[in-house]
Write a protein that binds this ligand. Sequence first.
Ligand SMILES: Nc1ncnc2c1ncn2[C@@H]1O[C@H](COP(=O)(O)OP(=O)(O)OP(=O)(O)O)[C@@H](O)[C@H]1O
Length: 229
Amino acid sequence: MIQFQNVSKCYPDDIIAVQDINLTIEQGEYVFLSGPSGAGKSTLLKMIAAIERPDTGTLTVNGQEIGQLRPAGIPFLRRNLGLILQQQHLLEDRTILENVMLPLNVTGVEQTEAKFRARAALEKVGLSNRADSLPLALSEGEQQRVAVARAIVNRPQIILADEPTANLDKPNADKVIEAITFFQSAGVTCIIATHDESLFTKANRVIYLDHGKLSHIDQMDGKKHENLV
Ligand SMILES: Nc1ncnc2c1ncn2[C@@H]1O[C@H](COP(=O)(O)OP(=O)(O)OP(=O)(O)O)[C@@H](O)[C@H]1O
């Protein structure tokens, strides 16, 4: 479960990115974050991943309070997170397979097992045939799919994606969303910041931000969620 209680975040020069957010996201939910550019969507995702910390309020991710997390606790938090950010940060001198294996290497998974799981993740995003290529030999859309494979290879409990389909053509965008949706249907919490409203039909909830505040929530699945805001 992810719980924001009165969470605010400012950047230097008093830029208020997120203001007094109260929100609970249950395990397995499919949530989209929407709102104009600068509304605070990326900042919300970054706080869940402890890339940024709240200035005030309490943010708890699977029982861990982000504001209290020591540096040594961050790898343990991230082990359960699949991050798909706007820049893929693939290592250019490693093959696609090696890039996807990285999260497994960090957590000490044995090499044969790591290769097996990385190949399975690449299969899921339709890139098995590019396992031995270097990242720069792939199109931007293919590189984004590699980023998805790298995010899912650790079998995370939560997937966080920031504009995962931005700048992709429809076939690549569909493959990215298909892979994320597959994991959500297997019980993974998925939170996606996007401007692409055509994706919202898949959501349990669409959460709209405006100037750092929650403006409203569209309930897409007809379910009642307690303690929404
Ligand atoms: N590292 C930073 N330093 C200073 N200000 C920042 C930083 N990151 C974001 N901001 C500011 O915080 C506010 C929220 O930004 P954020 O990136 O969270 O919005 P967003 O909704 O994700 O926008 P977009 O849809 O354009 O990605 C904006 O005013 C932005 O300029």
